[in-house]
Design a protein around this ligand. Structure first.
Ligand SMILES: Cc1ncc(COP(=O)(O)O)c(C=O)c1O
Length: 400
Protein backbone atom coordinates (compact mmCIF):
# COMPACT_ATOMS: atom_id res chain seq x y z
CA UNK A 1 0.00 0.00 0.00
CA UNK A 2 1.20 3.47 -0.89
CA UNK A 3 2.60 5.54 2.03
CA UNK A 4 1.53 9.13 2.67
CA UNK A 5 4.17 11.32 0.96
CA UNK A 6 6.66 12.82 3.43
CA UNK A 7 5.96 16.54 2.69
CA UNK A 8 2.26 15.96 3.31
CA UNK A 9 2.86 13.84 6.44
CA UNK A 10 5.28 16.42 7.87
CA UNK A 11 2.96 19.35 7.37
CA UNK A 12 -0.35 17.67 8.15
CA UNK A 13 0.08 17.60 11.94
CA UNK A 14 0.82 21.33 12.04
CA UNK A 15 -2.01 22.19 9.62
CA UNK A 16 -4.46 20.01 11.43
CA UNK A 17 -3.70 21.66 14.78
CA UNK A 18 -4.93 24.94 13.29
CA UNK A 19 -7.88 23.41 11.43
CA UNK A 20 -11.25 22.30 12.67
CA UNK A 21 -11.51 18.51 12.35
CA UNK A 22 -12.89 16.31 10.83
CA UNK A 23 -11.80 17.08 7.29
CA UNK A 24 -10.85 15.36 4.06
CA UNK A 25 -7.54 16.25 2.45
CA UNK A 26 -6.63 15.40 -1.15
CA UNK A 27 -3.04 15.22 -2.36
CA UNK A 28 -3.38 16.86 -5.79
CA UNK A 29 0.37 16.76 -6.45
CA UNK A 30 0.38 12.98 -6.05
CA UNK A 31 -2.87 12.64 -8.00
CA UNK A 32 -1.49 14.59 -10.91
CA UNK A 33 1.62 12.38 -11.17
CA UNK A 34 -0.48 9.22 -10.87
CA UNK A 35 -2.86 10.23 -13.69
CA UNK A 36 0.09 11.21 -15.90
CA UNK A 37 1.50 7.70 -15.36
CA UNK A 38 -1.72 6.12 -16.71
CA UNK A 39 -1.59 7.87 -20.11
CA UNK A 40 -1.73 5.41 -22.98
CA UNK A 41 -2.17 5.64 -26.76
CA UNK A 42 -4.21 2.45 -26.69
CA UNK A 43 -6.77 3.23 -23.97
CA UNK A 44 -9.09 6.20 -23.66
CA UNK A 45 -9.57 7.09 -20.00
CA UNK A 46 -12.69 8.60 -18.48
CA UNK A 47 -12.97 9.62 -14.83
CA UNK A 48 -16.09 8.29 -13.11
CA UNK A 49 -17.04 11.56 -11.39
CA UNK A 50 -19.13 9.77 -8.75
CA UNK A 51 -15.85 8.68 -7.12
CA UNK A 52 -14.98 12.28 -6.23
CA UNK A 53 -16.75 15.29 -7.75
CA UNK A 54 -14.67 17.97 -5.98
CA UNK A 55 -13.92 20.84 -8.40
CA UNK A 56 -10.16 20.79 -7.75
CA UNK A 57 -10.01 17.02 -8.32
CA UNK A 58 -11.82 17.43 -11.66
CA UNK A 59 -9.50 20.30 -12.63
CA UNK A 60 -6.44 18.21 -11.79
CA UNK A 61 -7.65 15.31 -13.95
CA UNK A 62 -8.61 17.70 -16.74
CA UNK A 63 -5.03 19.03 -16.86
CA UNK A 64 -3.86 15.45 -17.38
CA UNK A 65 -6.21 14.99 -20.35
CA UNK A 66 -8.75 12.73 -18.69
CA UNK A 67 -12.36 12.63 -19.98
CA UNK A 68 -15.42 12.52 -17.71
CA UNK A 69 -18.15 9.95 -17.09
CA UNK A 70 -21.13 11.59 -15.39
CA UNK A 71 -24.23 9.88 -14.04
CA UNK A 72 -26.50 12.78 -13.05
CA UNK A 73 -27.34 16.35 -13.94
CA UNK A 74 -25.44 17.45 -10.83
CA UNK A 75 -22.25 15.73 -11.98
CA UNK A 76 -22.68 17.09 -15.51
CA UNK A 77 -23.03 20.67 -14.31
CA UNK A 78 -20.07 20.29 -11.95
CA UNK A 79 -17.83 19.11 -14.81
CA UNK A 80 -19.05 21.82 -17.22
CA UNK A 81 -18.51 24.43 -14.47
CA UNK A 82 -14.81 23.53 -14.52
CA UNK A 83 -14.64 24.66 -18.18
CA UNK A 84 -14.59 21.15 -19.64
CA UNK A 85 -16.15 20.74 -23.09
CA UNK A 86 -19.23 18.55 -23.49
CA UNK A 87 -17.35 16.55 -26.15
CA UNK A 88 -15.26 15.10 -23.29
CA UNK A 89 -18.27 13.94 -21.28
CA UNK A 90 -20.20 10.69 -21.44
CA UNK A 91 -23.37 9.77 -19.60
CA UNK A 92 -23.86 6.46 -17.77
CA UNK A 93 -26.44 5.39 -15.18
CA UNK A 94 -29.57 3.27 -14.95
CA UNK A 95 -32.06 6.14 -14.35
CA UNK A 96 -32.12 8.57 -17.26
CA UNK A 97 -35.38 10.49 -17.23
CA UNK A 98 -36.78 12.41 -20.21
CA UNK A 99 -35.90 15.62 -18.40
CA UNK A 100 -32.32 14.51 -17.74
CA UNK A 101 -31.68 13.24 -21.27
CA UNK A 102 -33.12 16.46 -22.75
CA UNK A 103 -30.87 18.50 -20.50
CA UNK A 104 -27.78 16.49 -21.48
CA UNK A 105 -28.56 16.92 -25.19
CA UNK A 106 -29.14 20.65 -24.72
CA UNK A 107 -25.81 20.95 -22.92
CA UNK A 108 -24.08 19.31 -25.90
CA UNK A 109 -23.34 15.84 -24.54
CA UNK A 110 -22.95 13.48 -27.48
CA UNK A 111 -22.01 10.14 -25.91
CA UNK A 112 -24.47 8.01 -23.98
CA UNK A 113 -24.27 4.57 -22.43
CA UNK A 114 -27.81 3.24 -22.80
CA UNK A 115 -29.01 0.77 -20.17
CA UNK A 116 -32.47 -0.31 -21.37
CA UNK A 117 -34.67 -0.47 -24.44
CA UNK A 118 -36.79 2.36 -23.02
CA UNK A 119 -33.68 4.53 -22.65
CA UNK A 120 -32.71 3.80 -26.25
CA UNK A 121 -36.19 4.67 -27.53
CA UNK A 122 -36.31 7.85 -25.44
CA UNK A 123 -32.87 9.00 -26.56
CA UNK A 124 -33.81 8.26 -30.17
CA UNK A 125 -36.98 10.36 -29.83
CA UNK A 126 -35.24 13.27 -28.04
CA UNK A 127 -32.30 13.26 -30.46
CA UNK A 128 -34.72 13.86 -33.28
CA UNK A 129 -36.41 16.76 -31.50
CA UNK A 130 -33.01 18.28 -30.57
CA UNK A 131 -31.69 17.70 -34.06
CA UNK A 132 -28.74 15.67 -32.75
CA UNK A 133 -27.32 12.24 -33.55
CA UNK A 134 -25.44 11.12 -30.42
CA UNK A 135 -23.14 8.14 -30.30
CA UNK A 136 -24.44 5.32 -28.15
CA UNK A 137 -22.96 2.33 -26.34
CA UNK A 138 -25.32 -0.41 -25.22
CA UNK A 139 -24.61 -1.58 -21.68
CA UNK A 140 -24.47 -5.36 -21.43
CA UNK A 141 -24.74 -7.67 -18.41
CA UNK A 142 -23.20 -11.11 -18.84
CA UNK A 143 -23.14 -14.22 -16.66
CA UNK A 144 -19.77 -15.85 -15.96
CA UNK A 145 -18.88 -19.26 -14.57
CA UNK A 146 -16.14 -17.86 -12.34
CA UNK A 147 -18.36 -15.01 -11.18
CA UNK A 148 -19.36 -14.06 -7.68
CA UNK A 149 -21.35 -11.29 -6.05
CA UNK A 150 -20.01 -7.78 -5.94
CA UNK A 151 -21.38 -4.27 -5.24
CA UNK A 152 -21.47 -3.76 -9.02
CA UNK A 153 -23.55 -6.91 -9.37
CA UNK A 154 -21.04 -9.56 -10.36
CA UNK A 155 -23.22 -12.37 -11.60
CA UNK A 156 -26.40 -11.22 -9.91
CA UNK A 157 -29.36 -9.41 -11.45
CA UNK A 158 -28.84 -5.63 -11.46
CA UNK A 159 -30.45 -2.57 -13.09
CA UNK A 160 -27.20 -1.95 -15.03
CA UNK A 161 -27.78 -2.69 -18.71
CA UNK A 162 -29.38 -5.79 -20.22
CA UNK A 163 -28.31 -9.34 -21.01
CA UNK A 164 -26.98 -10.12 -24.51
CA UNK A 165 -30.13 -12.12 -25.24
CA UNK A 166 -32.37 -9.17 -24.32
CA UNK A 167 -30.37 -6.73 -26.46
CA UNK A 168 -30.28 -9.13 -29.41
CA UNK A 169 -34.07 -8.90 -29.63
CA UNK A 170 -34.07 -5.24 -30.70
CA UNK A 171 -33.69 -3.95 -34.26
CA UNK A 172 -31.27 -1.03 -34.55
CA UNK A 173 -33.05 0.25 -37.65
CA UNK A 174 -35.87 1.25 -35.28
CA UNK A 175 -33.51 3.83 -33.70
CA UNK A 176 -32.16 5.79 -36.68
CA UNK A 177 -31.54 9.02 -34.73
CA UNK A 178 -28.70 7.54 -32.69
CA UNK A 179 -25.41 6.05 -33.82
CA UNK A 180 -24.74 2.78 -31.99
CA UNK A 181 -20.94 2.53 -32.00
CA UNK A 182 -20.12 0.20 -29.17
CA UNK A 183 -20.81 -1.87 -26.09
CA UNK A 184 -20.24 -1.16 -22.42
CA UNK A 185 -19.77 -3.74 -19.70
CA UNK A 186 -18.86 -3.39 -16.02
CA UNK A 187 -19.88 -5.86 -13.33
CA UNK A 188 -17.04 -6.18 -10.79
CA UNK A 189 -15.76 -3.43 -8.47
CA UNK A 190 -12.52 -3.10 -6.49
CA UNK A 191 -10.70 -5.99 -8.18
CA UNK A 192 -7.12 -6.49 -6.99
CA UNK A 193 -6.32 -9.72 -8.79
CA UNK A 194 -4.97 -8.54 -12.15
CA UNK A 195 -5.11 -11.97 -13.77
CA UNK A 196 -8.72 -12.52 -12.72
CA UNK A 197 -9.66 -9.10 -14.03
CA UNK A 198 -7.89 -9.79 -17.33
CA UNK A 199 -9.52 -13.21 -17.67
CA UNK A 200 -12.96 -11.67 -17.02
CA UNK A 201 -12.29 -9.03 -19.68
CA UNK A 202 -11.09 -11.68 -22.11
CA UNK A 203 -14.18 -13.80 -21.50
CA UNK A 204 -16.31 -10.81 -22.50
CA UNK A 205 -14.88 -10.52 -26.02
CA UNK A 206 -16.66 -13.48 -27.66
CA UNK A 207 -20.20 -12.77 -26.34
CA UNK A 208 -19.86 -9.04 -27.02
CA UNK A 209 -18.58 -9.43 -30.58
CA UNK A 210 -21.33 -12.02 -31.18
CA UNK A 211 -23.93 -9.51 -29.93
CA UNK A 212 -22.61 -6.79 -32.26
CA UNK A 213 -22.84 -9.25 -35.14
CA UNK A 214 -26.37 -10.28 -34.18
CA UNK A 215 -27.40 -6.61 -34.11
CA UNK A 216 -25.48 -6.03 -37.33
CA UNK A 217 -23.43 -3.01 -36.31
CA UNK A 218 -19.69 -2.40 -36.43
CA UNK A 219 -18.22 -2.66 -32.92
CA UNK A 220 -15.95 0.39 -32.94
CA UNK A 221 -15.81 1.05 -29.18
CA UNK A 222 -15.53 -1.31 -26.24
CA UNK A 223 -15.98 0.32 -22.82
CA UNK A 224 -14.93 -1.92 -19.93
CA UNK A 225 -16.07 0.50 -17.20
CA UNK A 226 -14.15 0.62 -13.93
CA UNK A 227 -13.48 -2.00 -11.29
CA UNK A 228 -9.72 -1.60 -10.85
CA UNK A 229 -9.11 -1.86 -7.13
CA UNK A 230 -6.81 -0.29 -4.56
CA UNK A 231 -5.54 -2.04 -1.42
CA UNK A 232 -7.37 -1.28 1.83
CA UNK A 233 -5.16 -3.58 3.91
CA UNK A 234 -1.38 -3.84 4.00
CA UNK A 235 -1.56 -7.53 3.06
CA UNK A 236 -3.15 -6.58 -0.28
CA UNK A 237 -1.09 -5.97 -3.42
CA UNK A 238 -1.38 -2.95 -5.65
CA UNK A 239 -2.45 -3.49 -9.28
CA UNK A 240 0.38 -2.83 -11.73
CA UNK A 241 -0.92 -0.52 -14.43
CA UNK A 242 1.70 -1.38 -17.13
CA UNK A 243 0.71 -5.05 -16.81
CA UNK A 244 -3.00 -4.27 -17.12
CA UNK A 245 -2.44 -1.79 -19.94
CA UNK A 246 -0.49 -4.43 -21.89
CA UNK A 247 -3.35 -6.93 -21.47
CA UNK A 248 -5.89 -4.28 -22.49
CA UNK A 249 -3.98 -3.56 -25.71
CA UNK A 250 -4.19 -7.26 -26.52
CA UNK A 251 -7.93 -7.29 -25.74
CA UNK A 252 -8.38 -4.30 -28.03
CA UNK A 253 -6.69 -6.19 -30.84
CA UNK A 254 -8.67 -9.38 -30.20
CA UNK A 255 -11.99 -7.51 -30.10
CA UNK A 256 -10.93 -5.64 -33.29
CA UNK A 257 -12.24 -2.34 -31.95
CA UNK A 258 -10.93 1.11 -32.85
CA UNK A 259 -11.20 2.37 -29.30
CA UNK A 260 -10.95 0.77 -25.88
CA UNK A 261 -12.34 2.82 -23.01
CA UNK A 262 -12.09 2.60 -19.21
CA UNK A 263 -14.06 4.67 -16.69
CA UNK A 264 -11.81 4.86 -13.66
CA UNK A 265 -13.09 5.90 -10.25
CA UNK A 266 -11.34 4.29 -7.30
CA UNK A 267 -8.11 3.50 -9.19
CA UNK A 268 -7.85 7.12 -10.37
CA UNK A 269 -8.35 8.98 -7.08
CA UNK A 270 -8.75 6.52 -4.18
CA UNK A 271 -5.15 6.58 -2.98
CA UNK A 272 -4.91 10.38 -2.95
CA UNK A 273 -7.40 11.24 -0.22
CA UNK A 274 -7.26 11.11 3.59
CA UNK A 275 -9.82 11.70 6.30
CA UNK A 276 -8.75 13.24 9.61
CA UNK A 277 -10.92 12.85 12.70
CA UNK A 278 -10.45 13.41 16.43
CA UNK A 279 -10.73 10.95 19.30
CA UNK A 280 -13.60 12.16 21.53
CA UNK A 281 -13.62 9.25 23.96
CA UNK A 282 -11.68 6.14 24.88
CA UNK A 283 -12.99 3.35 27.09
CA UNK A 284 -12.48 -0.27 28.03
CA UNK A 285 -15.60 -2.36 27.88
CA UNK A 286 -15.80 -6.15 28.28
CA UNK A 287 -11.98 -6.15 28.14
CA UNK A 288 -11.97 -4.54 24.69
CA UNK A 289 -10.54 -1.12 23.85
CA UNK A 290 -12.94 1.32 22.20
CA UNK A 291 -12.40 4.72 20.63
CA UNK A 292 -15.26 7.06 19.75
CA UNK A 293 -14.43 9.61 17.06
CA UNK A 294 -15.95 12.93 16.15
CA UNK A 295 -16.87 11.64 12.68
CA UNK A 296 -17.67 8.12 11.55
CA UNK A 297 -19.91 6.70 8.85
CA UNK A 298 -21.64 10.09 8.65
CA UNK A 299 -18.46 11.10 6.79
CA UNK A 300 -17.07 7.77 5.55
CA UNK A 301 -19.80 5.25 4.85
CA UNK A 302 -17.87 2.56 3.04
CA UNK A 303 -16.87 0.41 6.07
CA UNK A 304 -20.57 -0.02 6.97
CA UNK A 305 -21.44 -1.14 3.44
CA UNK A 306 -18.49 -3.38 2.68
CA UNK A 307 -17.30 -4.36 6.18
CA UNK A 308 -13.84 -3.29 5.00
CA UNK A 309 -12.09 -0.59 7.07
CA UNK A 310 -9.90 2.18 5.74
CA UNK A 311 -6.32 1.90 7.08
CA UNK A 312 -5.74 4.23 10.02
CA UNK A 313 -2.75 5.82 11.74
CA UNK A 314 -2.14 8.22 14.61
CA UNK A 315 -1.24 11.68 13.33
CA UNK A 316 1.33 12.41 16.05
CA UNK A 317 4.43 10.24 16.57
CA UNK A 318 4.27 7.55 19.24
CA UNK A 319 6.90 5.06 20.36
CA UNK A 320 4.28 2.78 21.95
CA UNK A 321 3.55 -0.64 20.51
CA UNK A 322 0.24 -1.18 18.72
CA UNK A 323 -2.91 -2.81 20.01
CA UNK A 324 -6.33 -3.34 18.53
CA UNK A 325 -9.10 -0.76 18.97
CA UNK A 326 -12.77 -0.86 18.01
CA UNK A 327 -13.18 2.51 16.27
CA UNK A 328 -16.68 4.01 16.36
CA UNK A 329 -18.25 7.25 15.14
CA UNK A 330 -20.76 9.59 16.80
CA UNK A 331 -24.03 8.13 15.47
CA UNK A 332 -26.50 6.28 17.67
CA UNK A 333 -26.21 3.03 15.73
CA UNK A 334 -23.70 0.21 16.11
CA UNK A 335 -23.36 0.37 12.31
CA UNK A 336 -21.26 3.47 12.90
CA UNK A 337 -17.98 1.61 13.12
CA UNK A 338 -14.89 2.42 11.06
CA UNK A 339 -13.22 -0.88 11.92
CA UNK A 340 -11.20 -2.83 14.46
CA UNK A 341 -7.70 -1.61 13.77
CA UNK A 342 -4.24 -1.41 15.35
CA UNK A 343 -3.09 1.89 16.86
CA UNK A 344 -0.39 2.81 19.40
CA UNK A 345 -1.43 1.90 22.97
CA UNK A 346 -1.18 5.49 24.16
CA UNK A 347 -3.81 6.88 21.78
CA UNK A 348 -5.99 9.20 23.83
CA UNK A 349 -8.80 11.75 23.84
CA UNK A 350 -7.85 14.76 21.68
CA UNK A 351 -5.58 12.75 19.37
CA UNK A 352 -6.15 12.97 15.66
CA UNK A 353 -6.40 9.87 13.46
CA UNK A 354 -5.74 9.79 9.73
CA UNK A 355 -7.62 7.32 7.53
CA UNK A 356 -5.91 6.62 4.19
CA UNK A 357 -7.28 5.50 0.76
CA UNK A 358 -10.23 7.89 1.18
CA UNK A 359 -9.98 9.79 -2.13
CA UNK A 360 -12.82 7.82 -3.75
CA UNK A 361 -16.34 7.22 -2.47
CA UNK A 362 -15.72 9.33 0.64
CA UNK A 363 -17.32 12.73 1.17
CA UNK A 364 -20.23 12.30 -1.27
CA UNK A 365 -20.98 8.64 -0.50
CA UNK A 366 -21.52 9.26 3.22
CA UNK A 367 -24.73 9.82 5.25
CA UNK A 368 -23.85 13.20 6.75
CA UNK A 369 -27.29 14.36 7.90
CA UNK A 370 -28.11 11.71 10.48
CA UNK A 371 -27.91 13.21 14.01
CA UNK A 372 -27.24 16.67 12.57
CA UNK A 373 -23.50 16.73 12.97
CA UNK A 374 -21.26 19.05 10.96
CA UNK A 375 -20.36 18.38 7.36
CA UNK A 376 -16.59 17.85 7.16
CA UNK A 377 -14.32 20.38 5.48
CA UNK A 378 -12.50 19.52 2.24
CA UNK A 379 -8.88 20.56 1.85
CA UNK A 380 -6.42 20.17 -1.00
CA UNK A 381 -2.66 19.81 -0.80
CA UNK A 382 -1.26 21.36 -3.95
CA UNK A 383 2.29 22.46 -4.76
CA UNK A 384 3.24 21.68 -1.21
CA UNK A 385 0.54 23.84 0.42
CA UNK A 386 -2.82 23.27 2.05
CA UNK A 387 -5.91 25.10 0.87
CA UNK A 388 -9.37 24.75 2.39
CA UNK A 389 -11.82 24.49 -0.53
CA UNK A 390 -14.88 23.88 1.62
CA UNK A 391 -15.17 24.92 5.24
CA UNK A 392 -16.93 22.58 7.64
CA UNK A 393 -20.66 23.36 7.62
CA UNK A 394 -22.88 23.30 10.70
CA UNK A 395 -26.24 21.46 10.60
CA UNK A 396 -27.98 24.84 10.31
CA UNK A 397 -26.59 25.03 6.73
CA UNK A 398 -28.82 22.14 5.64
CA UNK A 399 -31.68 22.03 8.15
CA UNK A 400 -34.85 24.02 7.58
C1 LIG B 1 -20.79 3.20 -14.93
C2 LIG B 1 -19.64 3.26 -14.00
N1 LIG B 1 -18.42 3.44 -14.51
C3 LIG B 1 -17.33 3.52 -13.71
C4 LIG B 1 -17.44 3.41 -12.34
C5 LIG B 1 -16.19 3.52 -11.50
O1 LIG B 1 -15.87 2.33 -10.93
P1 LIG B 1 -14.53 2.14 -10.10
O2 LIG B 1 -14.54 3.07 -8.98
O3 LIG B 1 -14.58 0.71 -9.71
O4 LIG B 1 -13.40 2.43 -11.05
C6 LIG B 1 -18.69 3.17 -11.76
C7 LIG B 1 -18.85 3.00 -10.31
O5 LIG B 1 -19.86 2.68 -9.76
C8 LIG B 1 -19.83 3.11 -12.61
O6 LIG B 1 -21.06 2.92 -12.11
Amino acid sequence: MQKMPTPLREQLAEFSASQQVPFFVYDLDGLSKHIASLASDEIKLWFAVKANPLSRVIQTLDKQGMNFDVASTGELEQVLAQGIGSDRILNTGPAKSRQQLSHFLQRGVNTFVVESVNQLALLNELSQSHNKRPQVLLRVQLRFEQGDDNPLGGNSLTPFGLGAQEWSEICLADYPEVDVVGLHIFQWGNMLDADKLISLWQAMIAPLTALAQALDFELKVLDLGGGLGIPYHESEQQLLWPYLAGALSEIKRQAKVNELWLELGRFAVGEYGYYVSEVIDRKTNYEQELLVLQGGINHLLRPAITDQPFPVSLLRDSAESAQSFHIHGPLCTSLDKLGELPLPKDVSVGDQLVFAQCGAYGFTEAMPFFLCHELPAEVVFSQGRFEVVRQAQPASSYLC
